[in-house]
Design a binder for this molecule. Structure first.
Ligand SMILES: *[C@@H]1O[C@H](CO)[C@@H](O)[C@H](O)[C@H]1NC(C)=O
Ligand SMILES: *[C@@H]1O[C@H](CO)[C@@H](O)[C@H](O)[C@H]1NC(C)=O
Ligand SMILES: *[C@@H]1O[C@H](CO)[C@@H](O)[C@H](O)[C@H]1NC(C)=O
Ligand SMILES: *[C@@H]1O[C@H](CO)[C@@H](O)[C@H](O)[C@H]1NC(C)=O
Ligand SMILES: *[C@@H]1O[C@H](CO)[C@@H](O)[C@H](O)[C@H]1NC(C)=O
Ligand SMILES: *[C@@H]1O[C@H](CO)[C@@H](O)[C@H](O)[C@H]1NC(C)=O
Length: 293
């Protein structure tokens, strides 16, 4: 009797599992949507002209929705050689009057300009804004040995063509009181990304796609002291191609996307265990019942 009830229960639970799983996947997509829509953590600067459109996309897609930069460069023949969409924020250490170290924290303003130069293996791309800011990036294409992390299906045993962000150079001037209030001895400064580090390495013809933030430390000329951090997020970057190729998802996005399926899997395993234990307890009780008859 009771073993019949338990097996009915087991069937019902097994029938419900796919439904539960489906709901969790749907929830996951909604969550991602929310992350994307509210991804700009820094509050907008309190200027009337600085408006932040934060409308969520109706249908969640793996492609990040971006509001700030949407860039294309053309080569000498007029062919597109670089496409990118990303958001950038900055944190810059400076000395304020009274010798206290301060951190200036600002976003790339909506009214910025950009330019660039493409050649077959190197692209210089720079963004400028007033009064004297320059964010200058160099992308290169080259052969690399071994894995291109994290998710490429390429042959790891041979040489592969890849592109990467080779370096970033950021120029700012602490005369800008808006971002650097009370700066001591205001001056122009240039900071550099680590010259030997590699950023955003991606198989050639694929687009680097990363909703998560990448914080890139920027060093002084000597390369030892971190003077600033450039944070790039909601990025889709495709140099050395006319259109966006297959998406190459960054490791931190992959890690985030794995959290929910793992949690769902663990919950289902737990549920199954409870059902099995209940079944055996039920069977033992049923047997005890027969014996006493
Ligand atoms: C970026 O710009 C291109 C061409 O100007 C346009 O087709 C595309 O929809 C834009 N993408 C976004 C996300 O704004
Ligand atoms: C950015 O860097 C490239 C390569 O060094 C250079 O040609 C270009 O003039 C730089 N842009 C600015 C605005 O400094
Ligand atoms: C890759 O490895 C091969 C064999 O070891 C070597 O000949 C080649 O120069 C390497 N290529 C790069 C880009 O390091
Ligand atoms: C620069 O990057 C290299 C390679 O990733 C690393 O070994 C080195 O420690 C980095 N330098 C600094 C100052 O962090
Ligand atoms: C990348 O795309 C270009 C243009 O479609 C093609 O000529 C080239 O062979 C591709 N490279 C690789 C490594 O797939
Ligand atoms: C840059 O980021 C590092 C690591 O998160 C942090 O230790 C450092 O204080 C940051 N520097 C600035 C200027 O924001």
């Amino acid at each position: 009797m009771s073993s019949f009830k338990i097996s009915t229960f087991l069937i019902v639970v097994l029938a419900v599992i796919p439904v539960l799983y489906g709901q969790d996947i749907a929830l996951d997509e909604n969550n991602m949507d929310e992350v994307m829509a509210t991804g700009t953590m820094e509050p907008p600067m309190s200027s009337a002209t600085h408006s932040h459109p934060t409308t969520a996309p109706k249908h969640p897609t793996p492609t990040p929705t971006l509001s700030k930069g949407n860039y294309t460069l053309k080569d000498r023949d007029g062919k597109i050689c670089f496409r990118a969409i990303f958001e950038t924020t900055f944190k810059v250490m400076y000395l304020a009057k009274g010798s206290s170290k301060k951190i200036a924290s600002f976003d790339l303003p909506p009214n910025h300009a950009y330019r660039g130069v493409c050649s077959s293996k190197m692209i210089h791309f720079w963004i400028t804004w007033k009064p004297a800011y320059v964010l200058n990036m160099t992308f290169i294409e080259k052969a690399v040995n071994g894995t291109i992390q994290p998710n490429s299906e390429i042959d790891e045993m041979k040489e592969n063509q890849a592109w990467e962000l080779e370096n970033i150079k950021f120029t700012y001037d602490t005369h800008d009181n808006k971002n650097f209030p009370n700066a001591m001895k205001p001056a122009k400064s240039i900071v550099y990304s680590n010259a030997t580090a590699v950023f955003f390495r991606t198989p050639v013809n694929e687009s680097y796609t990363c909703v998560s933030k990448s914080v890139i430390p920027m060093y002084d000329m000597g390369g030892m002291k971190v003077m600033a951090n450039v944070t790039i997020s909601k990025a889709k970057i495709q140099p050395f191609a006319q259109k966006y190729g297959a998406e190459f998802t960054c490791a931190s996005d992959l890690a985030k996307n794995n959290v929910v399926p793992i949690a769902v899997g663990a919950a289902l395993a737990g549920l199954l265990l409870i059902v099995i234990v209940a079944y055996f307890i039920g069977r033992r009780n049923a047997r005890a019942g027969y014996e006493s008859v």
